[in-house]
Write a protein that binds this ligand. Structure first.
Ligand code: UDX
Ligand code: ADP
Length: 465
């Protein structure tokens, strides 16, 4: 990297390792709010970096294009030069993926930390001045200690500081969440050096976040808070989803129940939307991390308590697919089922742990033929998620909702994309096999109107027809 790029106007250099859903938007926001800081986002994945440098960004996030366009090439750079960027940086954010382990000890619960470990080793090898290393990836509690141990094993005798600064942005609203966060959380060692490092990171965020919203804690509190925040949010969804099943049986309406309980200020109205099940890269992974941690520390009762949040979510996804099967006269073999929405929520192209994956798999197991439409998810991604080839005769990829619905026996709404509300349902009804069913997994549509058109409607948490 040419030396002049390290000189003013930049008074600080940040490097972010991992150009994903967290690293990309977060660094774009820092660069846009702090023109005096140079931000380098690096990733081993060349294709992803090329996309960040093109007009077609690798992730879809409302408002992201504009923020990237405003800073890229000025103080925001995307490259595969991992080592050079580490070498030149004052602060290094670690934003690599930490999937749930699929094998060995802790399989399906513990986080797989091999990418974090590999990054720590690279930093130890490359750095020749003390760095502030910031954990941004979702990680199990005490990961900072692992990173610290690896860094200290280097023979260079440098004392780096490891901070925890968990990200609370939600996909689909990432830019608003980053621009105006409820809080920023920074954990560090409670030593003079640790506190100085915390203060340095605080001063970066203080460029646009009011100081009183920047919370500082010890390392473990910060790491654990991330898991607990997501566990509490996931728990609310599993709680309302459990009640959705009871509503269907009793004649209560889950949206009315949610409104009634949510107006109690102690409960609050958010995260009470019953659904086909929560997805996303964080909730399941973080709750499982918490479960693993509790088991590890000899607290099986606490582990079992939180594990139930995941079991309820799994049940909800299968329950939905089973409802489709039972309603369609106990067989979907050879029937065309239209899937509207494949992303785990609206306004993102992310499909990680999306309920749609599980519902589609259950239907394919029953030998249905499915036609899928999502406004932002690629065909390649869907094939990868379902473990099928691009020419699998059981799955069709539609360019519009109406194309997916043509000749279908049922239409399943699995993601709450706004555009689904204003479809031409009269025309869709005409094109479907009768009786034409809509299974609304998001309570998104106007059911009274759909019934007037002639549809039969099932909606999560509404009294059964
Ligand atoms: C979540 C946390 O909200 C965020 O703070 C953290 O940093 C990462 O994990 P994200 O997974 O991007 O963010 O999206 P979120 O809006 O939380 O939704 C997660 C899932 O829950 C989605 O599938 C969504 O559809 C579902 N959901 C959410 C419900 O089913 N009902 C609700 O009331 C809210
Ligand atoms: P998240 O949602 O947490 O941002 P992603 O999977 O979207 O997760 O992004 C993580 C990124 O980290 C990926 O693009 C991956 O290529 C990158 N990555 C993983 N390991 C390394 C590494 N050792 N060096 C650089 N980048 C890495």
């Amino acid at each position: 990297m040419p030396p002049e790029e390290t000189s003013p106007p930049f008074n600080l250099r940040i490097c972010c390792i991992g150009a994903g859903y967290v690293g990309g938007p977060t660094m774009a926001m820092i660069a846009s709010k702090c023109p005096h800081i140079r931000v380098d986002v690096v990733d081993l994945n060349e294709k992803r970096i090329a996309a960040w440098n093109s007009a077609e960004l690798p992730i879809y996030e409302p408002g992201l294009d504009e923020v990237v366009a405003g800073a890229r090439g000025k103080n925001l750079f995307f490259s595969t030069e991992v080592k050079d960027s580490i070498h030149a940086a004052d602060i290094i954010f670690v934003s690599v993926n930490t999937p749930t382990k699929t094998f060995g000890v802790g399989a399906h619960k513990a986080a797989d930390l091999r990418f974090v470990e590999s990054v720590a080793r690279t930093i130890a090898e490359v750095a020749d001045s003390p760095k502030i290393i910031v954990e941004k990836s979702t990680i199990p509690v005490r990961t900072a200690a692992t990173i610290q141990t690896i860094l200290e094993s280097s023979e260079k005798g440098l004392k780096h500081q490891v901070l925890s600064n968990p990200e609370f942005l939600a996909e689909g609203t990432a830019m608003a969440d980053l621009g105006d966060p409820d809080r920023i959380l920074i954990g560090g060692e409670q030593t003079p050096e640790g506190l100085a490092a915390v203060e340095k990171l605080v001063s970066v965020y203080a460029n646009w976040v009011p100081r009183e919203r920047i919370l500082t804690t010890n390392l473990w509190s910060s790491e654990l808070s991330k898991l607990v925040a997501n566990a509490f949010l996931a728990q609310r969804i599993s709680s309302i989803n459990s009640i959705s099943a009871l509503c269907e049986q009793t004649g209560a309406d889950v949206d009315e129940v949610a409104r009634a309980i949510g107006s109690d200020s102690r409960i609050g109205p958010k995260f009470l939307k019953a659904s086909v099940g929560f997805g996303g890269s964080c909730f399941q992974k973080d709750v499982l991390n918490l479960v693993y941690l509790c088991g590890h520390f000899g607290l099986p009762e606490v582990a079992a308590y939180w594990e139930q949040v995941i079991q309820m979510n799994d049940w909800q996804k299968h329950r939905f697919a089973e409802r489709v099967l039972r309603t369609l006269f106990n067989t979907v073999t050879g029937k065309r089922i239209a899937i509207l929405g494949f992303a785990f929520k609206k306004d993102t192209n992310d499909t990680r742990e999306s309920a749609a994956i599980y519902v589609c798999r259950d239907l394919l197991e029953e030998r249905a033929s499915i036609s899928i439409y999502d406004p932002k998810v690629s065909k390649e991604q869907i094939c990868q998620d379902l473990g099928i080839g691009p020419d699998d005769p059981r799955v069709e990829f539609a360019d519009s909702a109406s194309q997916a619905a043509a000749d279908a026996h049922a239409l399943l709404v699995l993601t709450e994309w706004d555009e689904f509300r204003s479809l031409d349902f009269e025309a869709i009804f005409q094109s479907m096999v009768k009786p034409a069913w809509i299974f609304d997994g998001r309570s998104l549509l106007d059911h009274a109107r759909l019934r007037e058109i002639g549809f039969k409607v099932y909606s999560i948490g509404k009294p059964l027809p």
